[in-house]
Design a protein around this ligand. Structure first.
Ligand code: SAH
Length: 280
């Protein structure tokens, strides 16, 4: 009699654990699917930002700020897989390199994402007295981030010592972002750029583009597998890049006169290709 009750109990127990296992499996599958959807959404948003004008990107994210969070969660997961992070290397550069050490600096982080550079220096008791970081992005994930399109910066001419683009030359009008960085930098100020290697067919073209604006190159660090880190210094007062010289200058840099390159956007894309993911 007792044996039968025990057997029944065992059967019930087995059924419960079978049910739990099934539920757990379903839950796991749900979570995996959700991750996959978020990953796809990140890739979609990433491609969107690389293929539209920043005016449209700003409008889009103003209407859908939640998508900006999805983008940055995906972005952080992506960067975690890289052997080094561009932001980490830029912070190291600002702290350890002779041209920046022990100097009072106003730094503009253009396309700051989660604002990690400002967060780092604001937290440092000694360096926060020397380094003032201003962070700009389309959406302010943190309260200190200034919401703006960096192709039109709310900063005075010659008002900062260092301008940074860490993987942020995204819009099809990124040439305008570069023009703005040139404008807001003081003479002898520094421009730090981290850019994805695979976007550049020819790194020299990109370097020539910036030096052609009136800068000299101080550093070109290609040791990282995923990105190149550049440091430039502004040596001219007037950006040679502005005005009707633009297209002519870029044509010279590319060393060609391609009849398909009629507009500013295609010129830019010849030098830095949009970072789009392969379709799965
Ligand atoms: N610099 C950060 C984030 C890189 S992701 C880092 O290295 O971790 C690229 C960022 O550039 C995104 O947050 C995107 O919104 C921003 N960005 C691209 N174009 C922009 C524009 N026109 N104005 C403001 N931010 C821009």
């Amino acid at each position: 009699m007792f044996g039968k009750v025990k057997r029944n109990k065992d059967v019930i127990q087995q059924n419960i654990s079978k049910k739990n296992k099934k539920e757990l499996k379903a839950q796991k599958k749900w979570e995996q699917d959700e991750e996959r959807i978020k990953g796809s959404k990140f890739r979609l948003l990433n491609e969107y930002m690389y293929t539209v004008n920043s005016v449209d990107a700003l409008k889009h994210f103003k209407q859908h700020p939640e998508e900006f969070k999805i983008y940055h969660t995906g972005y952080a997961q992506q960067i975690e897989k890289w052997p080094e992070s561009p932001v980490g290397n830029i912070i190291k550069l600002l702290k350890e390199s002779e041209q920046f050490q022990n100097k009072k600096l106003v730094v503009a982080d253009l396309g700051c994402g989660q604002g990690e550079i400002q967060e780092h220096f604001d937290k440092d008791k000694r360096l926060c007295k020397l380094i003032t970081v201003k962070s700009f992005d389309l959406v302010a994930i943190k309260p200190y981030i200034i919401e703006t399109d960096i192709s039109n910066l709310p900063m005075d001419d010659c008002s900062c010592d260092v301008a940074i683009f860490s993987l942020s030359l995204m819009g099809v009008n990124y040439l305008d972002y570069l023009g703005e960085a040139f404008r807001v930098l003081k003479k002898n100020g520094h421009l730090i750029i981290a850019e994805v290697k695979s976007r550049m067919n020819n790194i020299d073209n990109f370097v020539n583009l910036i030096t052609g604006m009136g800068m000299k190159i101080l550093k070109r660090d290609e040791h990282n597998s995923h990105f190149v880190l550049f440091v430039f210094q502004k040596i001219m007062d007037i950006c040679q890049f502005n005005g009707p010289l633009n297209q002519k200058r870029v044509y010279q840099i590319l060393g060609q006169k391609d009849p398909n390159l009629k507009d500013w956007q295609s010129l830019g894309q010849q030098i830095l290709q949009p970072c789009v993911y392969k379709k799965r």
